[in-house]
Design a protein around this ligand. Sequence first.
Ligand code: WT7
Length: 618
Amino acid sequence: MLIDDKSALYWASAAESVQWMRPWEQLVSGEMPHASWFVGGQLNVSVNCLDRHLEAGLHKKTAIIWESEQGEVLSWTYEKLSADVQRCANVLRSSGVSKGDRVTIYMGLVPEAVVAMLACARIGAIHSVVFGGFGADALATRVSDAESCCIITCDAAYRRGKTLPLKENVDKALKTCATVKHVLVVDRTGSNICMEQGRDLWWHEEMSKASEVAEPVAMDSEDIFFILHTSGTTGKPKGIVHTTAGYLVGVTSSFQQVFQPQATDIYWCTADIGWITGHSYVVYGPLANGATIFLYEGALDWPDPDRVWSLCAKHKITIFYTAPTAIRSFMKSGFDLPQKHDLSHLRLLGSVGEPINPEAWQWYKNKVGHDHCPIMDTWWQTETGMIMIAPPCSLDQKPGAATQPLPGVDIRVVDQAGQTLGRDQAGFLVISQPWPSMLRGIWHDEERYLETYWKQITGSYFTHDRAKQDADGHYWILGRADDMLIVSGHNLSNAEIEASLGQHPSVVEAAVVGIPDEIAGQKIIAFVIPHTGAVSDEELVVVLKAHVGASLSPVAKPKKIFFVSDLPKTRSGKIIRRLLRALLTKEENSDITTLTNPEALAEIKNMIDSLDDAVSTQ
Ligand code: WT7
């Protein structure tokens, strides 16, 4: 057996949270790193997200409430969602899409995107959702890698009052992607676009002709469910492969564990469907549980910085799940703004994407949750498919600790040799037993799968994160292993230093990197976004160095601090520290395909260049 008895019992009972067309015979089999789950079983994800709720009498329950950027509100009952999904499934079928074919979904956050995902699930087509904020090249790379036969898109997407030309990007991408036979286009904005005869089809025309009954395909447990590309540290994105039953069991049960949904909840996860969070906790986890989900099309701070709070109040959101980077920007743009809105319906708050610094955690708890909402700091990855670590759902939590593995999840902190470390010792975070929603590989790249996740620590899945267990056995995530620092022989994590800087009341957000130093091995450089109205830069440098020295250790003091207005980030809000390092070390040719705010990088580059000029003319 690949897993211990306790985990086996847990996963066997978790499998009862989904509806099977044929029961599974064997819980888990294979040899790591290739485990198969629920072998012999058959099921369909769209049946689990729709039909079974209709059978249970939830026809009239609201499945989706959607608000457009302009403020228009529409809602879909489970009955209507089911009819639309089946119609779309028929449209795909009549366009020649069948089980195992890849369909790229490249849309804004509109309900049709959820319909498209579930329609693929219904007919067993493998979806590959590409974030609507990506441009034509990024789209082309992903369509080519997946060899999709169909793209579902919108004419354009609204973003901050402007439109993003999605269909135009598709047209550009298709110059190099020969596999695509059809493009299905939702008319979202009425933009003037080209429709290529024979290839391009209007969503509304095809949908109106299609029947609202489409038989679901019985999928084997291990049939591929979807591919989702995630960027590696460099180079080509990795197409992470998830399979049907394990993924569905993982997200259905973890949604229950972490969010403890109640029938009357209105649940809002702010992620885009282009990320794994959007797959697992906007669409599949909540809908498999018959929840009511809220979707908002636009930017959370547009047209006003408190749009996010007015949406929570207006739609009486009870569960709110977002990312630390968003929380910090809410704090920065309006420390007291949540108080202007009635947030009394909120009962649970969630965070995902990176370690949440204690200052942001406290603010979230106090200003947004009025001290009565537990904060679920959830650690997981595109590769894990589901939340792996989360705190107990209580008000007695430690700010910044993701805390404890979910049942059936075997997390360890180990050294380079794979030896389990004791309490308070920082090391690599690994997962030692397979779990149902684990990635099954990288699309068409077995070598890279083994190389990236299985070669570092023998027998375990390597997360690429560092972590430690505190004296109570609770897990703290210390950031990515590749961002680690060694200064004068001391092992430091960028996350700890960033957290220390972040605790200071003058600091909104900080990024810390190490660059080579002849004496110390590495020296620490910090990039800090200060609060407006803070003391002068010179004074603040002294104060912050002293603060880090006192709160962590004198070796952790940054050698240099740059005050910046923004930090280079990915679209999912992760700081790209390697770009900061590259600027400091004058490395050329950095890969900036995942960078969402080039202006931030340009500002920092100017700062560093002018400093070099000053030094060279001294
Ligand atoms: C990486 C995975 C999982 C959905 C969003 C990101 C970091 C994620 C936490 C957390 C500390 C976190 C890790 C992880 N991360 N959640 N609660 N505390 N770090 O998915 O893009 O695949 O990124 O995000 O470094 O490895 P992803």
